[in-house]
Design a protein around this ligand. Sequence first.
Ligand SMILES: Cc1cc2nc3c(=O)[nH]c(=O)nc-3n(C[C@H](O)[C@H](O)[C@H](O)COP(=O)(O)OP(=O)(O)OC[C@H]3O[C@@H](n4cnc5c(N)ncnc54)[C@H](O)[C@@H]3O)c2cc1C
Length: 445
Amino acid sequence: MSEYLSAEELKQHFSDIHPPFEHAEGAILEANRCINCYDAPCTKSCPTSIDVPLFIKQISSGNIKGSARTIFSSNIMGGGCSKVCPVEKLCEGACVYNLREEEPISIAKLQRYSTEKAIHEKWSLFERKPSNGKKVAVVGAGPAGLACAHALSLEGIDVTVFEKEGKGGGLMTYGVAAYKVTPESCQDEVDYITSIGGIDIQYNKELGKDVTLAGLQKEFDAVFVGIGVGVARELNIPGENLKGVVDAISFIYDLRTNDYSKITVGDKVAVIGMGMTAIDAATQSKRLGAKEVTMIYRRTEQEKPCTDVELDLAKLDGCLFEWLASPKEIIGENGKLKKLVCSKMKLGEPDSSGRRAPVDTGEIFTIEVDMIIKAAGQIPFEELVSGSALQNKGGKISINTSGETNLKGVFAGGDAVNGGKEVVDAVQAGKDGAKGILQYLKLSY
Ligand SMILES: Cc1cc2nc3c(=O)[nH]c(=O)nc-3n(C[C@H](O)[C@H](O)[C@H](O)COP(=O)(O)OP(=O)(O)OC[C@H]3O[C@@H](n4cnc5c(N)ncnc54)[C@H](O)[C@@H]3O)c2cc1C
């Protein structure tokens, strides 16, 4: 196992990956670069449709409060999103400056500039309508649940959120890489969202254990289920249960809830997968002090699920890559993890994802490892969902165009429905769920 790094080294390795503007002048200068495109491709590419040209114009004219209001009225987690959104494939990727081969406007950094100020200075930008006597239960205090709760509370509904963990924020708090958001900033964001009033978060209350869906249906006028996707996908290969084989979600959960110096990481780590979670597991292993981190992916770089920016981050952190490789067997010796045997793959015909499918060539190769992190995707809470009589596809809850499930008055959204996307998609799903609930309760929206 790896030698521990000093507290100072760990602090440096996990420091903010995208530091904010140091001075207002920097933000105003950047805001002035924006040409306020009439058709705003940045806004169109934002799942929550933030009016980007407007908030940037408000920053350039010194109206920071107005700009924060513009952002939060479309996306109440606009603060967190400014730090975690893969903007290269969203707003900044759509910026017209890219067409001129110039740096796109730093939209995320500008968004962070005004939202951080608003959260830090506790600006009260929204007023909740007086209570109308309706009560809604939200299950899960992740981005979807919190966005739904906020939108409902604004309309005068009393919202009770049931959250199985001890903190809110969902994967923002327990999943996203530690160099993007800190536990403190997640907590500040949850506090800011709930500061409008009318939202009571009941922590350590789990659906299926402490509360049931049938019970919530009886007690509340409507229910929103935003429980995310939970369990890591198994590799189903021999040796998977050996000590030293961990799943990325648990590894990152530990990292986000403990002191970095208490986290065990190997010297030679293999990470299985090439999605965002795999990149986060690999980069954070390296930052914790692993000497060698090899990422294993069964297709080529062209088919990778992560973005180029994420891959570059892993490259810059010194991770190694085995493309066209699939784990076949994990071998231990005297109770210690020793080797990962992989099959060499080649690309065949396209599969249902539209990408060429990996096909086993029959050749194998072996790498020496003392830790393996499985990041081959997450699978939904199928047992819980099916046990609650919710119609689903392999655990992904099915909803209609109003966000309602097969159960009357029960709505759902976020990762629990889409199987795992980004924070910004979950926020929009929470807003959509709130809209559906307001229509269901015959309240205006
Ligand atoms: C490792 C990792 C890194 C990621 N990095 C990024 C990133 O950098 N940028 C980005 O945009 N997205 C990222 N994502 C994706 C993003 O975090 C999710 O898409 C988003 O958090 C989904 O929001 P949600 O509210 O649907 O679910 P979640 O965030 O999962 O929230 C669900 C909430 O429900 C609670 N819950 C679950 N079951 C129950 C129950 N039975 N009873 C009560 N409460 C329950 C959970 O504790 C949680 O608080 C990452 C995901 C992972 C796994």
